[in-house]
Design a protein around this ligand. Structure first.
Ligand SMILES: Cc1ncc(C[n+]2csc(CCOP(=O)(O)OP(=O)(O)O)c2C)c(N)n1
Length: 373
């Protein structure tokens, strides 16, 4: 029989717990303490307000280019909350809220986006990787770290984040394949925010979902409403438990939306419609969660105002501190440090060239430092 059917039994689940009006499906509602719910709300609000303030600062020329996270707070907070301190966060470049939750200071974020090396320093004991700008490369790092954790039997798990665009990179396919083959404890969180700069999802993949790509590698995959923090929470809780119990990796697709520009250097009006943005704004993860908490009498006008004002104070204090620290310009030679233990000869030559150029600026003798090819 040359042609027979191989019947695949898998299906992909889509999970949503909290609808756009903040109404909850009580059968699916996770048990989360009031304190934790409020903590999650505070973290989401901080992510939102910090992002808005960063945009102001960027527009005022007080920080450089950065990628806003507005609209993606639920996808980040509903997942990162499940990591223990001893676990690993391997972020892409849009996980500011998750990184702050893990202990990154707001000052460090501001320093980073102003080109200061100090903004990349991660405290020794903190198991977080620096943000990864090459799209998708962090997926391989996550799988490698997961492999190490499994080998050492130290109980650590890894959570890594990436966008829909990253799923077109070889790194995604290699990382997921290897993770499944070796059954490593990694939770892959795709924040499918519909766009990879100007490339819409329909040009990124012909697959109906991103979650279904998990099936090809032999790992569980689930699609969740990424603007519904409870759905992200439930799916990640299951994936984390599986990883901790030796059940291997999971792919979670959080369907969300990048409400703002890709980075502050981008003009999304050139490729997407205002109607689309307005439609997604109605699905705002923050106001949805707010309504839920109000209905549960966890949030009211008084504590809502208190939280808002504490968040704004924290941001203001951080800006003040960071600006004091940034009063002196960074040393351009910093860019040559920390990458190699011993600089290879061609980088040494580049460092010397930059040094010559900097000296020439001081002496006013530009020709001396000009690029000589
Ligand atoms: C390997 C690589 N190719 C191209 C780029 C340029 N680039 C930066 S962000 C981006 C789009 C990423 O889209 P996605 O993975 O969906 O993440 P999002 O920005 O939407 O969060 C591209 C193509 C890059 N940084 N790295």
């Amino acid at each position: 029989m040359p042609r027979t059917a191989i019947t695949l039994t898998e299906t992909i689940e889509h999970l949503s717990v909290l609808n756009e009006h903040g109404e909850v499906d009580t059968d699916l509602e996770p048990e989360i303490s009031q304190d934790t719910l409020l903590e999650l709300y505070r973290a989401m609000l901080l992510g939102r307000r910090f992002d808005e303030r960063m945009l102001d600062l960027q527009r005022q020329g007080r920080i450089g280019t950065f990628p806003p996270i507005k609209g993606q707070e639920a996808a980040q907070m509903g997942s990162i909350i499940h990591l223990k301190e001893s676990d690993w966060l391997v972020p892409a470049f849009r996980e500011t809220a998750a990184e702050i939750w893990r202990g990154r200071s707001l000052e460090s974020v501001l320093l980073y986006y102003n080109g200061f090396n100090e903004g990349t320093i991660i405290p020794e004991q903190q198991k977080d990787m620096p943000m990864s700008v090459p799209v998708g490369s962090q997926i391989l790092h996550a799988t490698g770290i997961g492999y190490g954790a499994k080998y050492r039997k130290n109980g650590e798990i890894v959570m890594t984040y990436f966008g829909d665009g990253a799923t077109s990179e070889g790194d995604f396919h290699e990382g997921l394949n290897c993770a499944a083959v070796y059954q490593v404890p990694v939770v892959f969180i795709c924040q499918n925010n519909q766009w990879a700069i100007s490339i819409p999802l329909k040009q990124q993949t012909r697959s109906e979902t991103i979650a279904q790509k998990a099936l090809a590698y032999g790992m569980p995959g689930i699609q969740v409403d990424g603007n519904d923090i409870l759905a992200v929470y439930v799916a990640t809780q299951e994936a984390v438990q599986r990883a901790r119990n030796g059940g291997g990796p999971t792919l979670i697709e959080c369907v969300t939306y990048r409400v703002m520009m890709h980075t502050t250097a981008d003009d999304p009006s050139r490729y997407r419609s205002d109607e689309e943005v307005e439609k997604w704004k109605l699905k705002c993860p923050l106001s949805r969660f707010e309504k839920y908490l109000q209905q549960k009498n966890i949030l009211n006008d008084t504590n809502c105002e208190e939280i808002e004002s504490l968040v704004l104070d924290r941001i203001q204090t951080a800006i003040h501190k960071a600006e004091q620290q940034m009063a002196a310009p960074p040393d351009p030679l910093d860019m040559f440090d920390h990458l190699f233990e011993k600089l290879p000869p061609h980088i040494t030559r580049q460092k010397e060239e930059v040094l010559r150029y900097l000296n020439s600026l001081k002496t006013g003798n530009r020709r001396e430092g000009e690029h000589n090819g």
